[in-house]
Design a protein around this ligand. Structure first.
Ligand SMILES: Nc1nc2c(ncn2[C@@H]2O[C@H](COP(=O)(O)OP(=O)(O)OP(=O)(O)O)[C@@H](O)[C@H]2O)c(=O)[nH]1
Length: 433
């Protein structure tokens, strides 16, 4: 008893310090591919050569010392519920037999699903939209049922995946069908929907209140990055403050949209509160690529950068460095680590090291860029620390007051660095106490 309580307290402390995400779905649904495409820059076409993942793997997404999220991949072939649990948690709600009735062991190889769910903050569940997804939905239902019992705060992010081969109409139909099937599983014999589902169930919402979200994704376009960004954003304890600061920056500087990007993964860790727009997201990603590529080709060596790969921690530990206006990026010193992140083979530990190293040696405190677009719009990029960039979309006439924008962005940068520093101190003190 005492040990259990201690374990739970430790789990809670760890969750406070490092949010955790459980990535699961049936075999070949695309779990490993998603991680490789996002975190190790694997070309999508190369993912067809990936081998099946036989074990639970654990990886980390970190953005300097600021953000540290644990990502556990639970392979599809591992059966996760013993028969006693699966029948009790399916609870006669749907009246359908569990596809796991024959399973007699906890997660194959001894993984304890209850414990995994207790420890995690979000479940990312991958459904292969090109396959027959009935069995996949049955498994998701079981996971939600168990999750509600052991950890009611879990958020479920359902990726309706591999939609690249589907027409817009088929995508919409598939999404509707999956919604309906999930809803039916939460209905009792009279057809009444479980009240929990009614409040938790909504598509394409960013709200923190919604516990089940759906995303149409594919590794062959930016949709997977955008969906993963939304998942990560909701896991960040600083989510609300970051959104508030970005909104404030917009109103003070005549900017239309603002995003904070991790430049290595192109995950947007925060945005203003306007609805998401995949085209703007793609533009921002292209700007990061352009900036890094240009800097690598034409940039100058930066000795400080070579000597100190923890540049960003300088930023986080000291007052932020104020920069003058630089209309382009420089400071290439050696090959960027972009695209070369090592992948370890130990299936028990990190499958994909998402690294604490600087995202790129050509991205530093001098990095900034403005690109004018057709349609009287412009993109404005500014380094926040060695991992993070602020990217704004604005009308080009707003650039006539660029000095104000630059000043506000410096203030914003200062706040952001302080915010993360405070957060880090808080989580360290909560861990030590
Ligand atoms: N068309 C398409 N294929 C995809 C996509 N994502 C993954 N795949 C393919 O799906 C297959 C299975 O991908 P994996 O990443 O190995 O799937 P997994 O879920 O990790 O599989 P297990 O490790 O066996 O559980 C590979 O051939 C991928 O190339 C996608 O978005 N679109």
């Amino acid at each position: 008893m005492v040990n259990d309580t201690g374990g739970e307290t430790r789990d809670h402390q760890t969750a406070v310090a490092r949010p955790s995400l459980l990535l699961t779905g049936l075999r070949r649904s695309g779990k490993t591919s998603i991680q490789h495409v996002i975190f190790s820059k694997m070309q999508p076409s190369q993912t067809q050569f990936l081998e099946s993942t036989p074990q639970l793997t654990s990886n980390h997404f970190s953005c300097g010392s600021f953000i540290n999220i644990q990502i556990q991949e639970l392979p599809g072939q591992l059966h996760t519920f013993p028969s006693s649990q699966s029948s009790s948690i399916s609870g006669g709600n749907s009246g359908q037999a569990s596809p796991y009735d024959d399973d007699t062991n906890l997660v194959g190889g001894g993984y304890n699903m209850e414990r995994l769910l207790k420890q995690c903050n979000a479940v990312v569940y991958i459904i292969d939209a090109q396959d027959d997804y009935n069995q996949s939905i049955a498994r998701l239902h079981l996971i939600i049922q168990l999750g509600r019992r052991v950890n009611p705060k879990i958020r479920y992010e359902v990726f309706i995946h591999k939609v690249d081969q589907l027409s817009e109409e088929v995508k919409r139909e598939t999404q509707r069908d999956i919604h309906n099937q999930i809803r039916d599983r939460f209905a009792d014999s009279s057809g009444a929907i479980d009240p929990w589902l009614r409040t938790s169930f909504m598509s394409n919402s960013n709200s923190q209140e919604i516990l089940i979200n759906f995303h149409l994704t594919s590794i062959y376009d930016h949709s997977i990055f955008e969906a993963f960004s939304k998942v990560i954003q909701k896991l960040l304890p600083q989510f609300g403050q970051l959104e508030y600061l970005l909104n404030h920056l917009l109103s003070a500087s005549n900017i239309e949209r603002a995003f904070l990007f991790d430049i290595q993964t192109k995950i947007s860790i925060a945005t203003d509160s306007a609805p998401s727009d995949i085209q703007i997201y793609e533009l921002c990603c292209d700007m990061i690529d352009l900036l890094i590529n240009m800097s690598e080709i034409y940039g100058q060596p930066n000795i400080n950068c070579i000597q100190d790969t923890e540049c960003e921690d300088d930023d986080s530990n000291n007052e932020p460095v104020m920069n003058g206006n630089h209309s382009s990026t420089t400071n290439s010193c050696r090959n960027s680590s972009l695209g070369t992140t090592p992948i370890t083979n130990n299936p028990y530990t990190s499958g994909i090291e998402t690294t604490n190293e600087p995202a790129s040696n050509v991205f530093d405190s001098m990095s900034s860029s403005i690109i004018k677009l057709t349609g009287h719009r412009a993109l404005y990029l500014k380094e926040i620390n060695h991992h993070l960039a602020l990217i704004c979309v604005l009308r080009d006439e707003a650039l006539s007051k660029q000095a104000i924008i630059d000043y506000n962005v410096e203030q914003f940068k200062e706040y952001i660095l302080k915010l993360f520093r405070l957060n880090q101190e808080n989580s360290e003190s909560s861990m030590s106490s």
